[in-house]
Write a protein that binds this ligand. Structure first.
Ligand code: MRU
Length: 510
């Protein structure tokens, strides 16, 4: 399933025959050769990443340290990380990270995050975490862009705390972090009695599920891990088997995300409007890069693909009040990748869109309901309204793990309410008197009719989203099952119990 139509307006609306009066230069049509070349280049690079991650999923010793998290392991010299000292020259292609050092960093527990030692000059996007022996080591996103520090977690309970505290955030990264959290819990409970191990896994799963309610990727990953555990049957008595199988499942989730985000980025690249002889101007909200996704990113993954394809870009970045994921994290990621950007206050988006200077709005998703209604960072809905008003295409970029077919429409998506302090203060500096109350929903819901298309790994989905989302989810399940069987057919044997392939949706326990 894919679709590569350029130059379109929000759901069902016809693009204007001529650009809005204020538009200095409207999108024209792209020479196909340019797009093809760019896509080829992107996919060549992407394929190398996937091969890397496939090694990881297959459980090759030590591969995890190098694979999907290799870019995270290539932590920067903190001074060049956020461009305070000197501007970083543009770097294309997008990923120029160096591998993590062998042997890990030997950092202490989560209560004592440390500044990361400079590991040499390296540029490109970085992923949110890496695996270090029997810990998951996050980039502490609360500290960015001021400091680049790591935050290790030993098990699912610690990962749940890290998620709650926003050390790691962004829906796809949260799913992967939750999966590794459970795998670590299984690893640490190898020699416990089976009933105790089961209780520890169940406890960690509950903590993870409750850590943040809106991003469905957490529940998706936890359910998949528990379903894998339940499928072990009698083998669940063996702590070694449980630890290996759950680590393998977490690796698979991570490797699939790498592959899926790369595919998504390629599909997104194909629908970007053309902008001959000038920068393509994209507006983005929150942070949707590798920090939020573990690998390429969703909306920012499309930006990476475009950058890698040598498209000239100007990315307008919403600062994303109140938590400032755009200003702190997206800007940081773009600086490192050398992609030019312009930071705006969220409230400037209306004027910017009215000026005709934006070719498309790209956002991510924390949960997409069965009808296409999409929960994403607070402020996404007003952007969608503005995009519709100004006939600018509005793309939601999300992997299918963010689609929740069991939630029929947006009004039933749980919306996380966060602390009033995030409104009253910025980085612990009080910016408003603390007498009244503050209302701080972390997400809003954009109705499906305001969405031009949903860009997924299965292609670009269009209205009616009820049927296109269901078809994409079904197609993906079919591809996964076929790929799994092919893998064993190649090896000339049947899968053993612990290896039994994609867990059927009906078996995924909630
Ligand atoms: O509260 P956050 O920072 O976890 O919110 C993140 C977002 O809203 C992202 O846009 C979303 O997770 C989608 S893409 C990574």
């Amino acid at each position: 399933m894919s679709d590569a139509t350029n130059d379109e307006s929000p759901a069902g609306q016809a693009a204007p025959a001529s650009p809005p009066a204020a538009a200095p230069d409207a999108p024209g049509s792209n020479p196909p050769a340019e797009v093809d070349l760019g896509r080829r280049r992107f996919f060549r690079q992407f394929a190398a990443e996937v091969i890397h991650s496939a090694a990881q999923a297959a459980g090759a010793a030590g591969a995890l340290q190098r694979a999907a998290s290799d870019a995270a392991g290539a932590l920067l010299n903190p001074e060049s990380a956020f461009g305070l000292n000197e501007p970083m020259p543009p770097v294309n292609p997008m990923i120029a990270a160096t591998p993590a050092p062998a042997g890990g960093t030997g950092l202490p527990g989560p209560s004592a995050p440390q500044a990361n030692p400079a590991l040499g000059e390296s540029r490109g996007f970085r992923t949110a975490f890496r695996m270090d022996e029997d810990r998951i080591v996050f980039i502490d996103q609360r500290k960015l862009p001021g400091a680049l520090v790591e935050y290790p977690c030993a098990d699912g309970g610690e990962v749940a705390i890290a998620i709650k505290e926003m050390v790691v955030r962004g829906a796809p990264a949260l799913g992967q972090a939750a999966a590794y959290g459970l795998a670590l819990t299984a690893g640490h409970s190898r020699s416990r009695p089976p009933s105790e191990r089961r209780a520890l896994l169940r406890g960690a799963a509950t903590a993870l599920r409750q850590s943040r309610p809106t991003a469905v990727n957490i529940a998706w990953a936890v359910d998949r891990m528990l379903a894998r555990f339940e499928r072990l049957g009698d083998l669940a008595e063996d702590g070694e088997v449980v630890a290996n199988v759950l680590r393998g499942e977490a690796d698979a989730i991570c490797a699939e995300a790498t592959r899926d985000h790369g595919l998504l980025a390629g599909h997104g690249l194909a629908v970007l409007p053309a902008a001959p002889d000038r920068e393509l101007r994209l507006l983005t909200h929150c942070n949707t890069g590798p920090l939020a996704c573990g690998q390429f990113g969703t909306a920012l993954g499309v930006v990476q693909a475009a950058w890698s394809a040598n498209r000239r870009l100007e990315i307008f970045v919403d600062e994303t009040r109140p938590y400032l994921q755009g200003a702190r994290l997206t800007a940081w990621e773009l600086v490192q990748a050398g992609v030019p950007y312009t930071l705006i206050a969220d409230s400037a988006a209306g004027s910017l869109l009215a000026s005709g200077r934006i070719d498309a709005v790209l956002v991510g998703a924390d949960r997409i309901a069965a009808n296409g209604d999409t929960a994403n960072k607070i402020g996404t809905y007003p952007l969608a309204v503005l995009a519709a008003r100004h006939l600018v295409p509005f793309y939601v970029c999300a992997p299918l793990s963010s689609v929740d077919l069991a939630t029929l429409e947006g009004s039933t998506i749980p919306i996380e309410l966060r602390s009033e302090d995030e409104i009253f203060q910025i980085s612990q500096i009080r910016i408003a008197p603390r007498f009244g109350k503050a209302w701080n929903p972390a997400f809003d819901v954009t109705p499906a009719e305001l969405i031009t298309a949903i860009v997924t790994e299965e292609g670009v989905l269009r209205a009616p989203f009820g049927s296109t989302l269901a078809a994409a989810v079904a197609a993906k399940a079919e591809h996964e099952a076929a790929a799994h069987l092919a893998q064993f057919a190649d090896r000339g044997r049947q899968p053993a119990a612990g290896e039994a392939g994609p867990v059927p949706a009906a078996e995924v326990v909630g």
